[in-house]
Design a protein around this ligand. Structure first.
Ligand code: ATP
Length: 507
């Protein structure tokens, strides 16, 4: 199945089973804004919980924070966002479609990379076990030519972005003969800078002084509270502050479901370190964060690191963790070494001292920061992508199953009386009541048992517990496991233990 088809199926499935709805659908929808439905909100909460625990609960030197979305407007002047939180946009005059100029160029690079990959695959097939990929990449003339092209394009793009030379960016698009992916037209406007922050108004005067921004990242809430937390928590460097919250960006291109939204949620952690140790901590957090993803049980080949070609104005090192979404490998999380850029900027702007006195080295300094910043919605989409499975079953029937890691599954167990009579519902209710205070459970007595199993497969419920006539006699039930569909007969008192064992998180 083409990746585009899979993506469409995932989006349709997410709607049909109450995971994700278009915002304001009743009013024909609001672009790039989404609502999470009854199962979506459970999955989202479980992801948040997993992240929060792995940061705040498992690390004794990381504490949490919940800063307001509204902040003093000068925060965004001081942080550089008012001047520099821009994306370069370009319009196609024929299709009237708008694009991010840098993304058009990156997509072009990806095409060349695919050509290289094709050559590599062909050669591997030809040479079999003896194939030396590194040697092939270094000697095959066509591959060398493509690689040189990529290096050259990247260099021109990064130069243009760093110098904010929008003419050079447009020239590059023209030189590469990049066409509109929708219409094929090469009739482009000039490139313009576009600030991504949403503005709103506080108070009733309507004057410029009341202008506020909706935060485009949660990180600044942490920076402006650095002193509060450090002092009141008596925190010693190195330490971290973690936060989960909404962020808002007026994205130029927002056509990829919950991958790129205008209102989204971030899970960010700023780790404050002694200057000079930031590279070590950067490596530490890179490794830790990749492990966090792998501990969900999703295969490692779905992830890769990507080093930034162009560093943001505040960073001295930056890597992304990319995930293979249906539209290809894309950023899921950023790990950035932000130096003392933000704290120093706020110190300068406010004239207030933001310093840490380090007793171990007997000196004061503005701490350096290593940040891990992950999109909650993108993690959600990564999970849906990895989980969605269509299976052909014996006998020719089919099922759609969401192989969501059990500890994140919206519902942990469904309690299903085989029939709606003979005292089975009452017995099933008893079991439901004994489990529901510890685990998210779901009770259902309508429809055939087969249909009920399918619905639970479709939302990723790891266990179905079926109560039948034998249950009334010997207090046993059948427990059906989602992935294998295997059914076992077990005593009622063993159910809770089996669920607990299955949803334990690997560490
Ligand atoms: P991109 O290059 O895709 O625009 P970014 O580099 O601007 O992303 P960051 O500023 O590093 O993103 O934000 C950290 C994380 O927040 C990203 O890795 C991503 O998971 C998430 N994120 C950023 N923008 C969006 C968005 N518009 N919708 C959903 N998640 C987002």
């Amino acid at each position: 199945m083409a990746n585009e088809d899979i993506f469409k199926k995932i989006i349709a499935h997410a709607k049909e089973y109450g995971f994700v709805f278009q915002s304001s659908e009743l009013f024909d929808g609001l672009a790039a804004v989404y609502d999470y439905g009854q199962y979506g909100v459970e999955l989202k909460k479980n992801i948040m919980d997993y992240w929060w625990k792995s940061m705040v609960q498992y690390h004794e030197n990381i504490v949490g924070l919940d800063a307001a979305i509204f902040m003093h407007p000068n925060v965004w002047k001081s942080s550089g966002h008012v001047d520099a939180f821009n994306d370069p946009l370009i319009d196609n005059k024929d299709s009237k479609k708008r694009y991010r100029a840098d993304e058009l160029i990156e997509d072009h690079i990806e095409k060349i990379q695919n050509k290289i990959q094709k050559e590599v695959n062909k050669a591997r097939k030809k040479f079999g076990e003896d194939f030396d990929e590194a040697k092939f990449r270094g000697t095959q003339p066509r591959v060398i030519k493509y690689t040189e092209q990529i290096v050259d394009i990247k260099k021109r793009m990064v130069d243009a972005l760093e110098k904010e030379d929008l003419k050079a960016l447009k020239q590059l698009i023209e030189d590469l003969e990049i066409s509109d992916p929708v219409s094929g037209s090469k009739n482009w406007t000039d490139v313009r800078q576009f600030n991504l922050m949403f503005a709103t108004q506080m108070g009733t005067t309507g004057e410029e002084t009341g202008k506020l921004y909706l935060r485009p990242e949660t990180a600044q809430g942490i920076f402006v509270n650095y002193l509060n937390v450090q002092k009141t928590g008596r925190m010693k460097i190195p330490f971290g502050i973690a936060q989960i919250g909404k962020a808002f960006r007026n994205e130029i291109v927002a056509r990829q479901f919950i991958f790129r939204m205008r209102e989204f949620e971030q899970m960010e952690m700023q780790f404050f370190v002694r200057p000079g140790t930031e590279k070590e901590w950067f490596e530490y957090w890179k490794e830790q964060r990749m492990q966090w993803h792998l501990n969900m049980g999703i295969a490692g080949e779905n992830y890769r690191f990507h080093e930034h070609d162009k560093l943001a104005h505040y960073a001295n090192a930056a890597f992304d963790i990319e995930f293979e979404f249906p539209m290809g490998f894309k950023e899921l999380e950023g790990i950035h070494s932000r130096t003392d850029y933000d704290l120093s900027a706020h110190q300068k702007f406010t004239g207030k001292k933001i310093q840490y006195y380090d007793n171990e080295v007997n000196t004061g300094y503005v701490p350096y920061v290593v940040e891990t910043s992950i999109g909650l919605d993108r993690t959600f989409l990564a999970l849906l992508t990895a989980a969605y499975q269509e299976e052909k079953l014996e006998g020719g029937s089919e099922r759609v199953m969401m192989k969501i890691p059990p500890f994140l599954a919206p519902v942990k167990a469904a309690i299903l009386p085989l029939v709606k009579k003979d005292g089975l519902p009452e017995k099933a209710r008893e079991i439901m009541d004994s489990l529901k205070y510890d685990y998210m459970c779901f009770y259902e007595e309508k429809d055939t048992i087969g249909k009920r199993y399918r619905r639970m497969d479709a939302i990723g419920t790891p266990y179905c517990i079926t109560v039948d006539h034998q249950t009334l006699e010997d207090n046993t039930v059948t427990i059906r496991e989602r992935d294998s569909m295997q059914q076992d007969r077990i005593p009622i008192e063993k159910i809770a233990g089996i669920i607990a064992e299955r949803i334990r998180v690997k560490r």
